[in-house]
Ligand binder design. Structure first.
Ligand SMILES: Cc1cc2nc3c(=O)[nH]c(=O)nc-3n(C[C@H](O)[C@H](O)[C@H](O)COP(=O)(O)OP(=O)(O)OC[C@H]3O[C@@H](n4cnc5c(N)ncnc54)[C@H](O)[C@@H]3O)c2cc1C
Length: 635
């Protein structure tokens, strides 16, 4: 029998990476919030790879931190190995990745959540959402408890009607044997929210005492550790690190897989959900890249106090006996014991083009969605959406305009714009190639792009903001000072240049100009740059990048101006696309379905051509001219 349990400002359904950021931002913005989850012991769980960050995902974590989110701080406390990836390439793709101790990560995030006074965590399954006149009013649990509220954020991840597959075996289950969420999907569908099936998979976890590491290449962390959080310096988080190990599959492994493809639920048609192209299972890799004689396998620790090792690169839902055989065909794993087998999981998710850029549903006011349920994949993508949805739910409750990060301001902007404008037909993971302005969207300057926004919405503290302003001022002052530091062709200067294989000077030059040379670094001139202020490595890194990439940055800023012009060309609300006669049918249908706010957004919808955009621009200009004429005649 239904009973009224409570009335709160906001409800978050889910304690995963999206739910945690959403709940924390709501509570920290003064909203009395309840976060529901199926298992408190699985809050901030990492059901797949034991790491945070990596190419483009490191950018998302830095941006979450710059806006006042929590993921960066938690991983700085719980990492067991840290590595900056892609350092042989330009700074736009430098990406931080940290191996996490999964249990410590969960415990630290739970500690942070439990320390928030405005936040209550409840272990209970939400069965339905309650809506009145297209406005969310509450939720009901499987135990018939009704909670009234002004905003609900659905962050149910890979649990909605989730089903696990291992060979011929399958059952309704969440990740790692946790319970599945079996009721909420029907409620969403009954309220007109279309659901579809996506799938993802994970590899086995094996016992480290049964691995022959001598047969593998040890992978060490970096000596110099870079924090994810802008509030941390290297010395704040420095610690002993543990290693990962590299080995490879071989022809024998591939043959075992080929011989058993008929028993794979992926290839037997049992699994209907669409899987991620960029995180393929080992079965998919062997089939799709049949020319490759071996695939890289990274053996990664799941934590300090466990024997479990994650077999990165061998995600599989093949039958258990086949998994054991294929694992033992790999060098170093010949005697391996499997602790947890690999599996595939299928789950319900929504069509993200039904959402606004604030992640609020287009037709149900106060209902937000964040994370894997939006069709994305990855802890970082989920956390970024959770943070944005949490902030916007709080702004909505206060009747304020939403916080929208656009494609020129952050990977978070690229992520959300891709989801709500382009949509996705498979689990969407972030890639640097998705960002047009990636030279400006580097991970190292995320605070320059987003700190002020985080401060404005109230998530970044006064102290943190002042620290950022001080850093910004230090950088600007030093760049100005370097323009006035002139170096002559002295013996010391020439020796420095020769030692760096850099052309000797033939006449005097400012240090500002000299440091544009790619082979030279700021600290190389400490001998001659005597009055230089004491600066942190973070500040020096910014100065070097701004000087060396000045030309490229200027060019990208011009491109962004063009982008902003189209983003600011607003499409009149309720524009009747049926009346725009020269639009192609496909474009008209897509524009009606997605209802973009600006010409810029309209131009990114697949199926809307540049010719359609020109037609639209002319039509809108005609409407505006008629409106102006009418206003003039009235006045
Ligand atoms: C097997 C597996 C393999 C994966 N492989 C990859 C990969 O290779 N690459 C990658 O990038 N990502 C992968 N992921 C995805 C990654 O785990 C997710 O992207 C990330 O965890 C999503 O975070 P989230 O917050 O959206 O949801 P989740 O972390 O899934 O959390 C969902 C939360 O919602 C709660 N919940 C659900 N329904 C209800 C309800 N009705 N009532 C109350 N609480 C509810 C759950 O208890 C949980 O706390 C994988 C996930 C799984 C399970």
């Amino acid at each position: 029998m239904d009973y009224i349990a409570e009335k709160v400002d906001a409800i978050v359904i889910g304690g995963g990476h999206a739910g945690c950021e959403a709940a924390l931002s709501l509570a920290r913005l003064g909203k009395k919030t309840i976060m529901f989850c199926l298992n408190i012991e699985a809050i901030a769980k990492m059901p797949c790879n034991p790491n945070i960050g990596g190419t483009s995902k490191g950018h998302l974590v830095k941006e979450i931190d710059a806006l006042g989110g929590e993921m960066g701080k938690v991983i700085d406390k719980t990492y067991i190995q840290s590595k900056m990836l892609n350092t042989s390439k330009g700074p736009a793709v430098h990406s931080l990745r940290a191996q996490a101790d999964k249990v410590k990560y969960h415990k630290e995030m739970l500690r942070v959540l439990e320390s928030e006074s405005n936040l209550i965590i409840k272990q209970q399954e939400v069965a339905s959402i309650l809506i009145e006149n297209c406005q969310i009013i509450g939720i009901k649990t499987v135990t018939d408890a009704i909670y009234f509220t002004k905003a609900v954020i659905v962050c149910t991840g890979t649990y909605l009607k989730s089903k696990v597959f291992i060979g011929e075996f399958s059952e309704h289950s969440g990740p790692d044997g946790l319970k599945s969420s079996l009721h909420l999907s029907d409620s969403l569908t009954n309220n007109g929210i279309f659901l579809r099936r996506f799938k993802t998979g994970t590899p086995a976890r094996v016992d480290k005492r049964t691995i022959n590491f001598d047969e593998m290449e040890e992978q060490f962390g970096d000596d110099k550790v870079t924090p994810f959080s802008f509030l941390n310096l290297e010395n704040d988080i420095k610690k002993d690190q543990i290693s990962c190990f590299l080995t490879y599959t071989n022809e024998n492994t591939h043959q075992i897989i080929r011989d058993n493809l008929d028993r794979s639920p992926l290839y037997s048609g049992q699994i209907e959900g669409i899987g991620p192209r960029y995180c393929p299972s080992i079965e998919d890799k062997v089939v799709r890249f049949s020319d490759k004689s071996r695939h890289q396998i990274f053996i990664e620790p799941e934590g300090l106090d466990t024997n479990e090792m994650y077999v990165q690169g061998m995600s599989s839902s093949l039958p258990e006996d086949v998994q054991i055989k294929m694992l033992r065909s790999v060098k170093g794993l010949e005697k391996v014991e499997v602790i947890r087998g690999g599996y595939a999981i299928e789950y319900d998710c929504i069509n993200s083009t039904t959402l606004l850029h604030s992640l609020e549903h287009k037709t149900i006011s106060g209902l937000f969605f964040a994370g894997q349920i939006n069709g994305s994949s990855g802890y970082e993508e989920a956390a970024a959406q959770g943070l944005v949805a949490g902030i916007n739910a709080a702004l909505k409750i206060d009747g304020n305009e939403p916080m929208i990060i656009d494609r020129s301001e952050g990977y978070i902007g690229v992520l959300i714009d891709d989801l709500v404008i382009k949509g996705t037909n498979e689990p969407y993971r972030m890639l640097t190639s998705r960002a047009e302005y990636r030279l400006l969207l580097r991970q190292d300057n995320a605070d320059f792009r987003l700190r002020a926004i985080g401060y404005k919405v109230g998530l970044v503290s006064e102290d943190a903001y002042n620290k950022f302003l001080l850093k910004k001022e230090e950088i600007e002052l030093e760049i100005e000072r370097l323009k006035k530091v002139f170096l002559g062709t002295t013996k010391t200067v020439q020796e420095i240049l020769i030692s760096k294989n850099s052309a000797p000077l033939i006449s005097g030059i400012s240090l500002y100009e000299l440091l544009k040379r790619p082979e030279l670094n700021y600290k190389d001139f400490d001998l001659v740059n005597l009055d230089r202020p004491k600066l942190t490595d973070q500040v020096i890194e910014q100065i070097e990048i701004m000087l060396k990439y000045e030309g490229y940055i200027k060019r990208q800023l011009i491109q962004i101006e063009q982008f902003k012009k189209l983003e600011n060309k607003i499409i009149p609300e309720n524009l009747n696309y049926e009346k725009v006669s020269s639009l192609r049918n496909e474009a008209r249908q897509k524009l009606l379905e997605i209802n973009p706010k600006s010409i810029g957004a309209a131009s990114r919808i697949s199926g809307v051509s540049p010719a359609d955009i020109s037609v639209l621009l002319v039509y809108i200009e005609q409407i505006n001219r008629m409106r102006r004429a009418t206003n003039e005649s009235i006045s």
